[in-house]
Ligand binder design. Structure first.
Ligand code: ZN
Length: 138
């Protein structure tokens, strides 16, 4: 697989608003986008850190996988996203190597980028996202 960098870290939080004083006030980062991703039932907030982003994930419904994650494990790091040139090709390669896929084909994530998740059973227990390289880093 041709991973170029860590595209983002996804962090599950109960409230994005409650986290802004830390990320902006203490760390000095700027939240450049807040977006609701309807089909995942989450609100996302993005901060750029070098080539990598921090993606805060706040559930917008109790059915959200993020709500279930927080219920089980509490707030904290939810997934790691690697940037690849082609999510489709990376998925095919992962599947051919026996990796269990959550998404059999790329779908649109936050910021309109192609994304797909690999199952933690096949990734040493870390929920792993493959993500098309975002425009911002180019
Ligand atoms: Zn993500």
């Amino acid at each position: 697989m041709e991973i170029t960098h860590i595209e983002h870290l996804g962090i599950a939080v109960k409230s994005i608003e409650a986290c802004l004083p830390y990320y902006e006030g203490v760390l000095g980062l700027t939240c450049y986008n807040i977006e609701v991703v309807e089909d995942q039932k989450v609100k996302t907030a993005f901060f750029q850190v070098g080539q990598t982003k921090i993606e805060l994930l706040e559930p917008t419904s109790e059915e959200s996988t993020i709500a279930k994650f927080i219920e089980k494990k509490g707030e904290g790091i939810h997934h790691i996203a690697f940037a690849v040139p082609s999510v489709g090709e990376a998925l095919e390669e992962a599947a051919s190597k026996g990796v269990q896929l959550i998404d059999k084909a790329p779908r649109k994530g936050a910021e309109g980028l192609d994304i797909a998740f690999l199952h933690p059973k096949s990734t040493c227990s870390v929920l792993t996202e493959l993500c098309m390289k975002g425009k911002r880093e180019e």
